[in-house]
Design a binder for this molecule. Structure first.
Ligand code: DC
Length: 335
């Protein structure tokens, strides 16, 4: 079960305006969350004491939101409370992430949720980006977009088609009609290649190395960057990658660049591989990491490099929790 929160305000304390605000709020919550009526357990409203002319629950029923228990209560008259404000809590039977909605004057109650919040986290392989990004997204209740997974999906396609990744034209033809999408299941990213969930197949050492090669082609990047920008414009999300702060979202308000010593990064990746049942010696992991670093940093298009306005965090000697709180402190200062 999940709870969706929301709030809005009413122009005047009259039934028409209450009906209008409640309908607008519920319509927006349902559409932004792709919510079906049969997923709803109940809807509860509370309204500030200056709303006296109509029950928000009645307005909801009249607007067609009527297949579940509805409830309204009145809040005490508290000095300084936002005027004519209606708050809602919707309990829903679902496990995937939900989006809270704040409209009209109520936007000021949750500035963090009332605008699209993008956080760019760039850095080399093994710097801790994906672990940290996932935790931050979860803490803030926003999505996590693993952009590397998209390049990995293209690399997997090359492997499956036995395509020569060094031949630009072969890769160009291969991706002409490629269908790469990301979806979310229980808050976790699912990477779809031509409709198939390839989330685990893209994590092999072979795909890792190949992804670094194919991501250097400008036509590959153009296609993936368009998709990343589209997602970032629609949803609040943490994006991790190599060029988010420099190229994908150069105007992003929150940019971080994680680094770590290559031996530390290789140790982390080696342990991660062992936990996933991938066998590769530490020396080979280190060699792969250094080779990928070289490619990612030296390619002509959108190479891995820190944006001038990114905050650099060297994670070599830091725990995950320390990196997460360093980033969250910076973000929460501003939202
Ligand atoms: O983050 P990752 O290891 O999953 O990324 C796989 C490869 O994709 C990486 O070597 C470089 C490339 N990549 C990129 O060029 N730009 C991004 N935004 C993300 C990844």
């Amino acid at each position: 079960m999940k709870a969706i929160r929301g709030a809005t305000t009413v122009a005047k304390d009259c039934p028409e305006d209450i009906r209008e605000s409640v309908k607008e709020l519920l319509d927006c919550i349902f559409s932004e969350n792709n919510l079906r009526l049969d997923e709803v357990v109940c809807i509860m409203f509370s309204s500030t004491a200056d709303i006296t002319s109509f029950y928000p629950a009645k307005a909801a029923r009249e607007a067609g939101y009527a297949r579940f228990p509805l409830y309204s209560s009145s809040e005490p008259a508290i000095e300084g409370a936002l005027a004519r404000c209606i708050r809602v809590m919707i309990l829903v039977e679902r496990s995937k992430a939900v989006k809270h909605i704040y409209l009209r004057e109520a936007k000021m109650l949750r500035k963090d949720l009332s605008r699209t919040l993008n956080i760019a986290i760039d850095g080399p392989a093994g710097s801790g980006k994906s672990t940290v990004s996932k935790i931050i997204a979860e803490r803030l209740g926003i999505l996590y977009l693993d952009t590397g997974a998209m390049y990995r999906a293209i690399a997997l396609k090359c492997v499956r088609e036995n395509a020569d990744y060094a031949d630009k034209d072969v890769v160009r033809n291969l991706i002409e009609n490629i269908d790469i999408k990301v979806d979310y299941c229980n808050g976790a990213q699912v990477t779809l290649l031509d409709g198939e969930d390839v989330s685990s197949q893209i994590r092999t050492p072979q795909v890792s190395l190949l992804a670094s090669y194919v991501s250097a082609y400008s036509f590959v990047r153009t296609k993936m960057v368009d998709l990343q920008r589209e997602i970032a414009a629609k949803f609040s999300c943490v994006l991790d990658g190599r060029d988010i702060g420099t190229n994908v979202l150069p105007d992003c308000e929150f940019k971080f660049f994680l680094t770590a010593d290559s031996a530390v990064r290789a140790k982390r990746r080696h342990e991660e591989n062992i936990s996933k049942g991938i066998t590769q010696s530490f020396d080979d992991v280190l060699k792969d990491i250094e080779e990928r670093d070289f490619h990612d940093r030296n390619r002509a298009v959108a190479p891995l490099k820190q944006a001038k306005d990114a905050q650099v965090i060297d994670t070599s000697e830091m725990t995950i929790d320390q990196v997460v709180s360093a980033i969250l402190t910076k973000v929460e200062e501003k939202i």
